[in-house]
Design a protein around this ligand. Structure first.
Ligand code: NAI
Ligand code: HPV
Length: 605
């Protein structure tokens, strides 16, 4: 999809990206060719909220609080990109609900954060901060500022993920003994870095000369280290935090330093940034045993270049309909795979929309509260993921009843939306080969109708308003099975089965689908009525063979006829007409009154 476009009067309609923080120009240059890039630093939350509605993408670092109300105001927003690792400043649940993809740069600044941790480790061990301040103040205090060596000391790592492991390797190079507490750590990665995994945080605290924190800020790590934990450290130990403020309780840390139960701290991150005067964080910063930096872990030229290029590339991917590399709230699928699935994505959306319009036009929202069985057949059964197909189906099912809601359905939120709507979709795969059918993959969508439900068995519907025939119909036709099969041929989606009828038509544009007795004259009658209403027939497919079971499925070639239908008798046929414009409902109803036309549905696909 081309991103650049102009309006008839020459105005710029390129998607817009808002960048309210300092993001390296290396990535922004990539955006400039196809997006309108607005760098707007220094906006407060209200100002941001007032303008976010104009933007398709938002790129932030750690300062912008991407809250639920900000996301809700971002009516056009499709992606929030975090130029860094931690996404604790983004309301992921709200983004997921709104179908907004959140991406980050999981690798770009890891080395910078690890090196900064080592910088703080050495600064704390050798009193670098205090020594520098003292010298600048004109003092020469050599004996007061004697430090300790880290070689031979134990570094206790809390959170042995990407940064934790990088710190471990560097600290190993400094001759430190390494131990870590991380209940989810990969033991072989730990072993490869000579890190001993310990089963409890308590054990780590009792061994460590230096403790360093590298967990994410999530509900379970908020206040992870408080009074009780700090009481277990050696009095000579020092603690480092380059992860997130609030993982170590700042008041508890201050008390431990003041009580002398902890020897020092190196802190890069704070609960509130910047800290407010008088709060525990600002007292920590002023404390002589603390070396503090203003959230500089990722602030290197190299890291900023990395994260900027990483997230800007992902923004471009998303805005051009591709999948990003590092979506935080969406399943990752490879672009290659996405391309293979793309024609089926279109097919699934059409099948879902056809289902709602053809089988449950009356009170569709309520009738969609059902269980669907979707079977991916043939080569599609080997797809690594069916997430995009699932999302397209949900989008298609809902688009006829809620075009605004369905617009925002994507792989991020499809499951959630379906659940909230009471739509249950069971997916299965059938690897049976389909070569004899002339295509390699197909999908079958089947609504599982609960025949035991008293209300279902009592259903008696007006054929003028629904496709389920009335029991009062003179000839008592069979109730349609709610099945649709689709396939893709030459990258074009086809419907191969609709209800009990085997067919082959391209689901596109305005279509009139009539079920009638397979008797001579039906096509002429319908054609004549449409002609009188000024509706032009562009294509016609007749599916005269009734399908009684899967094994009896027979393909019917598309036939364009002007006159006769099929054989006489109780056999039914489907007549699928592609028409040049939407048919009035009055015209549709008048068709049903004609002898032998049992039902007629209008669909737009
Ligand atoms: N100061 C700065 O500028 C920077 C800070 N960071 C922060 O560093 C932290 C670590 O980042 P990554 O290593 O990329 O994350 P990661 O996800 O690779 O690693 C986090 C590790 O923490 C572990 N963990 C989770 N809960 C735990 C618990 N309760 N106890 C012990 N371990 C637990 C996980 O199992 C995982 O191994 C994040 O908070 C991130 O935001 C990252 C980059 C720069
Ligand atoms: O990547 C992270 O998690 C960081 O903390 C870096 O934050 P920043 O982009 O420097 O505001």
């Amino acid at each position: 999809m081309a991103l650049k476009s102009t309006t008839a009067n020459g105005g710029d309609t390129r998607p817009k990206v808002l960048i309210p923080e300092k993001v390296s120009p290396d990535g922004l240059r990539l955006l400039q060719a196809s997006l309108e890039v607005h760098e707007r630093k220094g906006l407060n939350h209200e100002e941001l909220q007032a303008i976010i509605g104009d933007y398709d993408a938002l790129i932030v670092r750690s300062e912008t609080k991407v809250t639920a109300d900000l996301l809700a105001a971002g009516k056009k927003l499709r992606v929030v990109a975090r130029a860094g690792v931690g996404v604790d400043n983004v309301d992921l649940n709200a983004a997921t609900k709104l179908g907004i993809i959140v991406v980050n740069s999981p690798q770009g600044n890891i080395n910078a954060a690890a090196e900064h941790t080592i910088a703080l480790l050495m600064a704390v061990a050798r009193n670098v901060g205090e020594a520098s301040a003292s010298l600048k103040a004109g003092k020469w205090e050599r004996s007061k500022l004697v430090g300790i060596e880290v070689k031979g000391k134990t570094l206790g790592i809390i959170g042995l993920g990407k940064v934790g492991l990088t710190v471990a390797r560097a600290a190993g190079g400094l001759g430190m003994n390494l131990a870590a507490y991380d209940p989810y750590a990969n033991p072989s990665l730990a072993a490869s870095a000579d890190v001993e995994l310990v089963p409890t945080m308590e054990e780590l605290f009792s061994q460590a000369d230096f403790l360093t924190i590298h967990t994410p800020m999530i509900a379970s790590t908020k206040g992870l280290i408080g009074d009780a934990e700090l009481a277990k450290t050696k009095p000579t130990a020092c603690i480092l935090n380059v992860a997130r403020g609030g993982i170590v309780d700042e008041t508890a840390l201050l008390s431990a330093l003041e009580a002398g139960t902890l020897a020092g701290a190196g802190i890069d991150v704070f609960t509130a940034e910047p800290p407010q005067s008088g709060d525990a964080a600002s007292k920590l910063i002023a404390h002589p045993k603390v070396v503090a930096t203003p959230h500089l872990g990722a602030s290197t030229v190299e890291a900023q270049e990395n994260v900027s290029i990483d997230v800007c590339t992902q923004v471009l991917s998303i805005l051009s309909g591709q999948l990003p590399r590092s979506a935080v709230n969406a399943p990752i699928i490879l672009p290659e795979e996405y391309r293979t699935l793309q024609p089926f994505v279109t097919l699934m959306e059409k099948m879902g929309s056809l289902y709602t319009q053809h089988f449950s036009p009356a009170n569709a929202a309520q009738r969609l509260r059902t269980t669907f069985e979707v079977t991916y057949e043939g080569s599609l059964a080997s797809a690594n993921t069916t997430k995009p197909l699932f999302a397209a189906l949900v989008k298609g099912l809902l688009s006829p009843i809620s075009s605004t809601e369905s617009l925002n359905i994507n792989i991020v939120n499809a499951e959630l939306v379906a659940k909230e709507r009471g739509i249950l979709i069971n997916e299965s795969r059938s690897r049976e080969k389909l070569e004899q059918e002339g295509y390699s993959a197909s999908v079958t969508l089947k609504a599982r109708l609960d025949t035991r439900s008293p209300s279902a068995s009592r259903v008696k519907q007006d054929p003028l308003n629904s496709n389920t025939p009335s029991s009062s119909s003179a000839r008592q036709p069979k109730i349609d099975e709610q099945i649709i099969t689709g396939f893709v041929s030459n990258n074009t989606p086809y419907i191969g089965r609709l209800g009990r009828f085997s067919t082959s038509f391209i689901p596109e544009g305005n279509m009139l689908i009539c079920r009638n007795y397979d008797e001579p004259g039906k096509i002429g009658e319908v054609g004549g009525r449409l002609g009188r209403a000024g509706v032009n027939i562009r294509s016609m497919t007749v599916a005269p063979i009734e399908v009684s079971g899967d094994s009896s499925l027979k393909k019917v070639d598309s036939v364009v006829q002007s006159g006769e239908g099929g054989a006489k008798g109780e056999n039914e046929a489907l007549m699928i007409l592609g028409v040049d414009r939407a048919v009035d409902d009055e015209v549709r109803k008048s068709l049903i009154r004609q002898e032998g036309v049992l039902e007629a549905s209008l669909v737009t696909l």
